[in-house]
Every structure is written in C-alpha cells, then in structure tokens.
Design a protein around this ligand. Structure first.
Ligand code: GDP
Length: 573
C-alpha cells in the first residue's frame, strides 16, 4: 500500500469545454502505453465503422463507458504510467464535480493541468478553474496552451496568451510551474517534443508532471482522521469498538494518545486494525489509508469528530467560521436560508452571517456590499454553524479546511476556512455551556412562561435609558420571569454573553448604544432574528424598531413594554 502511494500522484485536468482536456488525457494514456490492450485499435475501428473522425477524446469516453458497466478492473479512475510513477486522473467535467471531488471525494489532486485553447483564448472557465485551484490550495499547476497547430505554432500567439493570463493567475495567488505550448491532437509536446515549436525549450507535459512533487509531506503534518463510523462488535465476548476513517494527514501508531474534537474525549490507540485482510493488525498508518482502530478506554465518539494526536497541534474548533468560498448555486447564497456545511465527515447546519468581500470569479472585479452571493461569485463570508466543528485553516492543513455547502439536496458551493471566529470573539470558553446543554429551548420557554429573547431598548443614550432598562428587568423579574439586564462587560463578548443567556431561556435587556457598538449582523447568528425585539424609546428610532414606546414617564413605558410583550405572547399573562 505504502509503496503504491509513494509512486502515484493524483492530478486534475481543468479548463473550458472544448479546449482539449479529453484529448490531452487521451494522448497521455496512448503515448505512455497505458491503454488497455487493443483499446486504441478498437476505438479507431469503431470510428471507421461509424464514419466518424477518430478523436483521442473518444478514448476517455470509451474507458468511462467500460467503467460505468464495471468492465475495467481498475475501474475507479483513469490512470497512466511513466517511468517515474503512476498518475491517477481525477475526473472533473464541471465546476460542481470539481469541487465535489476536491473536497468530498476520496482522491484529492496534488497537481493540476489547466488547458487553454490557443486559438480561442481565455474563457471565463479558464479563469474560474484557476481560481478554484488556487482557493483549494493547489500549489503545483501548469498551464497547457493547446491547439497550437491552429495558430501555426506561432511563438507570438503563445506569449500573448501567457501575458494575458499571468496577471490573473498572480492575482489569485496561483504560481504556475510552466506554460506549455502543445497540439494535443498530434501529441506535440505532450510526450514527444514538437519539431514545429523549436522556439520552446521548456518541459513537455509529461516532463512537467514528473517534476511535480508527490505530496509525501502529508505524512509530516499533524495527524488528522475524520471519524467515518464507529463499529461495535456484537458478540458478547467481544466488546471492541472500532473507530474507522481515512487518515487525512499525519501518521498514527498503536499507543498514540488521541483527542477527538470537538468532544474533547481522549484515549490511547490500542490496536490499528486493517479492514481488507480480516483480523490483520498494523503497527502504523499514514495519510490516505482507510483504517480502523480500537482504543484503550471505551469512550463514546461519533461520526464527524476529528481524531488528532495529543502530542501535536490539534485542530481548531468553533461555530463562527471565517471563510473564502465559491458559489455555484442557482439560488444565491443568502442569510434567509439554512444550509448544510460538510467538512470531513461532519455535517452541520450553517447560516450566512455576513458577506465581507465579494468578487466576480472571472473578472475579479470587487463588488460593493452585499447580503448575498450569486452564482460564479467568490466571497469572503462569515458563517455560524449550529454545532461546534473541528477544522484547520487552509494555510495549515488544507485537507481539513475545505468544505462544501449544500442547498436543499445540491452542492451549491465550497470553500476553505481561513480563521476561527470563536477564537476572535471569546477566549473565555463561556460558550461551552451552550454546547453541552441537552435541554431544548422550547422546554425552557415553557418553564419560564416566556419566549427567550433579546430586548433592545433603542433611544438616546443616557441615564434615563439605562434606568428604563433596569426597571424593565425588575418588573419582569417580579412577575416571575427569567431576565437579565446586560451592560458591556469588559473581557466578555456582549453578543456571546447575550446569546448564552437567551439560550439559557432568559429575556436579555440591552440598550441601543451597547448594541450598536457591535455588529448587528454578527448577532443575527448568535441569536436568531426572530428572537430579537427592538423597542423605540424615542421617535428617532421608530423606523428601526418593532414597537414604539416613546410617550410617558419611565413607569408608563415599562408598563407599555410589558403589555406589548403579553399581547405578542412573548411573556405569559
Ligand atoms: P474538452 O471538452 O476540453 O474535453 O475538449 P476535447 O478534448 O473533447 O476537444 C475538443 C475538440 O478540440 C475536439 O474536436 C478535438 O479534436 C479538438 N482538439 C483538441 N486538441 C486539439 C489540438 O491540439 N489541435 C486541434 N486542431 N484540435 C484539437
């Protein structure tokens, strides 16, 4: 297994439709002698019989057909060999497949070829694919400028495309190892060097691929294994539980002390078990291996957790995610909807909190402030997820930082995690209480005879407003409600504190000044907007508020607020 891994590399071939991806692949297969015996002849004959011109692209289709019917033995992927190693081509016909394969698929690309038609020039997808490659952390990329025969192998045509493309690639942070002029149809500069382009002295496509480094470094990274499943042995004499998953990176050995995040449970690895050969034992496992292991203590871990080693840097965990994403959904990404965020083996419900930067993926034109992200836009966004998630940042461990977003049943976007909002807001650990609670909000609401909420008193700041806030709290409390009048507390995030209290079932009262100092959008995630009520205390706030209580003295206002809350069934009579 290890030997095989070291000698293989996953590559992806991207580019605009018809620019020649399948032809490049067909050529790579044919020129390296990697096609199944007789395949080339078979496809040629089929073309003759159907009076079609032979295309190298058909080879790929023919192989795919066989795979679909389960004929080819190594049916999972198309591959070809050089003297140096075996290349596995990750099929990525469109953006969505590309994202899916890169993020949720078993095989992740270590290098990429970006194919551009020399005659047609750059297309939106040439740029978008480049953006995706960069966003997903691919560091080994070559641009293949194809169909050079159609522009008479002119050096100037090649260089003008290079000049046109390179500023974009630099801007998205993609370092290109080489620009290679080829004519895939004729196999020029794919395997064999082209006589028609003697002005080119760089590597051919295959030379370039062989120069790329296999990602052995994955084994050097801290250990991560998203838990796929936990199998319990049913025989009464066997109380083993096997924790199963695929190692994303790092190495594991029997005896290693693991911590599972986000639960924080830990135990030592007793034995690493191998699934393929029944009963066999391994002493260690590496990146890419599907393994199972037993633990010394019987701790309860579940699918979605990430196993890390205690002796190494462990994954981050949190519910506020700062991300970069690429949106492909037909419906825009919006704050009004709940999405499923899939990262590793974890699925959590996610809400968009804010769109901080928005760009067109093709032109890289920065767009103004927005509440949503449309198809083919890329954005820096904040999300709030309903359960803590374990993850890494993309510049640390790309494998466990990539996620996809599912809208309904469709993967509609994907991205990477760049920072942990939880670490930025609260280092107090107070949100643990939110995470461990097993009491549902509705049960609390019934107990306290109230709808847990945030009551924002919006008026001109000053002692009167504060006095009113305290009075509202007192009256609610005297009526038997659970409530808390919150002032800015140094060291504590106001939103998080308010969020925790609302989760605990309380009515939290704040004044507008404290509130407006913070970002209201952020709050929308901690406290759902239907649990926030804003009361205008002075006329200048009327427009933004749910209710107006502008007239009268303090006690009149308190009375009015209570009446409104009763009428709106926010508190019981
Ligand atoms: P894909 O959609 O990117 O997979 O593109 P294909 O590989 O199917 O190629 C699209 C068309 O371009 C086919 O008709 C190919 O024969 C043609 N083509 C591909 N490479 C070359 C080339 O180097 N020169 C010329 N003249 N045509 C090419």
């Amino acid at each position: 297994m290890n030997q095989e891994q070291y000698d293989s590399m996953n590559i992806v071939i991207a580019g605009h439709v018809d620019h020649g991806k399948s032809t490049v692949i067909g050529r790579l297969l044919a020129d390296t002698g990697s096609l199944p015996q007789g395949k080339l002849e078979q496809v040629r004959k089929l073309c003759e019989a159907t009076a079609r011109r032979f295309e190298y692209a058909f080879l790929l289709d023919a192989l795919k057909d066989e795979q679909a019917q389960g004929i080819t033995i190594d049916s999972a992927r198309v591959f070809f060999k050089t003297e140096k190693r075996r290349y596995i081509i990750i099929d990525a016909p469109g953006h969505i497949e590309f994202l899916k394969n890169m993020i949720s698929g078993a095989a992740r690309a270590e290098a990429a070829l970006l194919v551009v038609d020399a005659q047609e020039g750059l297309k939106e997808n040439s740029r978008r694919h480049a953006y995706l490659l960069s966003m997903l952390g691919l560091r080994q990329v070559a641009v293949v400028i194809n169909k050079m025969d159609l522009c008479e192998y002119r050096e100037s045509s090649f260089y003008s495309l290079v000049e046109e493309f390179s500023p974009y690639l630099r801007q998205v942070g993609l370092e290109v190892a080489a620009y290679i002029p080829v004519a895939a149809v004729k196999g020029e500069n794919i395997f064999a060097r082209s006589d028609s382009m003697s002005w080119y002295s760089g590597p051919t496509v295959l030379e370039m691929l062989d120069q790329f480094q296999a990602e052995e470094s994955l084994n050097q990274k801290p250990f991560r294994m998203p838990v796929q499943d936990v199998y319990k042995f049913t025989q009464s004499t066997d109380d083993r539980r096997i924790v199963a998953g695929t190692v994303s990176c790092g190495r594991l050995q029997a005896g290693d002390e693991l911590v599972f995040l986000p639960s924080g449970k830990s135990s030592r690895v007793k034995k690493i078990e191998c699934f393929s050969a029944e009963g066999s034992e391994k002493s260690s496992a590496e990146a890419g291996e599907a393994i199972g292991f037993t633990l010394e203590e019987q701790i309860y871990v579940t699918r979605g957790e990430v196993a890390c080693k205690k002796s190494e840097r462990t994954a981050h965990q949190g519910q506020h995610l700062h991300t970069s994403l690429f949106w492909l959904g037909r419906q825009p990404l919006s704050k009004d909807k709940e999405y499923i965020l899939k990262l590793g083996t974890m699925r959590v419900a996610a809400r968009l909190v804010s769109v901080d930067r928005l760009m067109d993926s093709s032109s890289l034109e920065v767009k103004g402030a927005s509440m949503s992200v449309h198809r083919h836009e890329v954005a820096e966004c904040k999300f709030f997820v309903n359960r803590p998630l374990a993850f890494d940042f993309t510049d640390e461990i790309a494998e466990t930082s990539r996620f996809v977003l599912v809208d309904g049943f469709e993967i509609s976007g994907g991205g990477i995690i760049k920072a942990n909002g939880d670490e930025a807001v609260a280092d107090t650990g107070d949100s643990c209480a939110l995470r461990l609670s097993a009491i549902e909000e509705s049960v609390r609401a019934e107990r306290y005879r109230q709808k847990p909420m945030l009551l924002v008193l919006a008026g001109e700041e000053g002692p009167v407003l504060r006095e009113l806030a305290v009075a509202v709290e007192r009256h609610l409390f005297d009526r038997g409600h659970s409530c808390f009048c919150l002032d800015s507390v140094s060291g504590l995030g106001l939103e998080e504190t308010a969020g925790a209290l609302v989760k605990a079932g309380a009515i939290v009262i704040v004044t507008s000044e404290q509130w407006q100092k913070r970002s209201l959008q952020w709050t929308g995630a901690v406290i759902p907007s239907d649990q926030i009520r804003t009361v205008a205390i002075s006329p200048s706030f009327e427009l933004q508020a749910d209710f107006q209580v502008c007239a009268g003295e303090i006690l009149d206002k308190v009375q009015k607020i209570l009446e409104i809350c009763i009428a709106q069934k926010l508190i019981s009579e």
